[in-house]
Design a protein around this ligand. Structure first.
Ligand code: KIV
Length: 273
């Protein structure tokens, strides 16, 4: 079996996800919400792009992920899927489109797949949504599960703190992870849980676990692109590393532009017709 490196131009598929996990090659995933940045992410060799419902916060400026609609996710999903030549593209199913109604869940997932051309969908939750998960999988639509801090349940949790620190919640998370794997999910995102629990989930499961704030004992990592690039202002949880300070670069560029225009120095002769 050949090694799937970022320079490998082959499309990343659900099958490749499993192969990468099996040979111990870490899986990289980042969010994107538009064509331009998704193209850069794809060309950089990131294995998977998540059209996260974090767009509700990052793109739309909402406090939570709850307000974003299916139509809005589909719009963003289309833009990203058009850009992704190599990366696997996952689209988040937004709040209210899959909970408590398997038929509605299937209709929502089918719309996402038909209209965006993404490769799979991601859903938050375990036992509570398992009928929806089964209905979507039965239609041949691959699913990434999402457990731990599931932001669509923020009103139940009452905050964005670390999840599953107590024995009961940790036990339920383990059971949910097994349930999702048995149902046929090809990967699970674990968000903001203790490293030891995430490692245990990965050790017990066959499918890859992708962590965000879940330590280094899992098969891959996901971050919100705007957060890791230093674009998001005032958000720096412990698990987040800024791999660049693009926000500062943009601010400097805007300042230079403003000065150049105000001083009548831009455009110069070479920049004019
Ligand atoms: O919506 C999102 O960006 C996510 C990631 C944080 C995993 O679900």
């Amino acid at each position: 079996m050949s090694v799937h490196t970022p320079s490998d131009p082959r499309k990343v598929t659900t099958k490749r996800f499993q192969e990468m996990k099996e040979r111990g090659e870490k899986i990289t995933m980042l969010t994107s919400y538009d064509y331009t940045l998704a193209s850069i992410v794809d060309q950089a060799g990131i294995d998977a792009i998540l059209v996260g419902d974090s767009a509700s916060n990052v793109v739309m400026g909402n406090d939570t992920t709850l307000p974003i609609t299916l139509d809005q996710m589909i719009f963003l999903g289309k833009c990203v899927a058009r850009a992704a030549k190599r990366a696997l593209v996952a689209v988040d199913m937004p709040f209210g489109t899959y909970q408590g109604d398997a038929h509605k869940a299937l209709d929502s997932a089918v719309r996402i797949m038909k209209e965006t051309h993404a490769d799979c969908v991601k859903l938050e939750g375990g036992a509570e949504i398992i009928e929806s998960v089964r209905a979507i999988l039965a239609a041949g639509i691959p699913i990434i599960g999402h457990l731990g801090l599931t932001p669509q349940s923020i009103n139940k949790f009452g905050g964005y703190g670390i999840r599953a620190q107590e024995k009961d919640e940790a036990q339920k998370l383990l059971e949910d992870a097994h349930l999702l794997e048995q149902a046929g999910c090809f990967a699970i995102v674990l968000e903001k849980i203790p490293t030891r629990l995430a490692r245990q989930v990965q050790d017990e499961l066959t499918i890859p676990v992708i962590g965000i704030g879940a330590g280094n004992g899992v098969a891959g990592q996901v971050l919100v692109l705007h957060d890791m690039l230093g674009l998001t202002q005032g958000f720096k949880p412990k698990f987040l590393r800024h791999f660049a300070e693009i926000g500062e670069s943009i601010t400097a560029a805007l300042h230079y532009y403003s000065v150049a225009v105000k001083q009548g120095e831009f455009p110069n002769d070479e920049e004019s017709y």
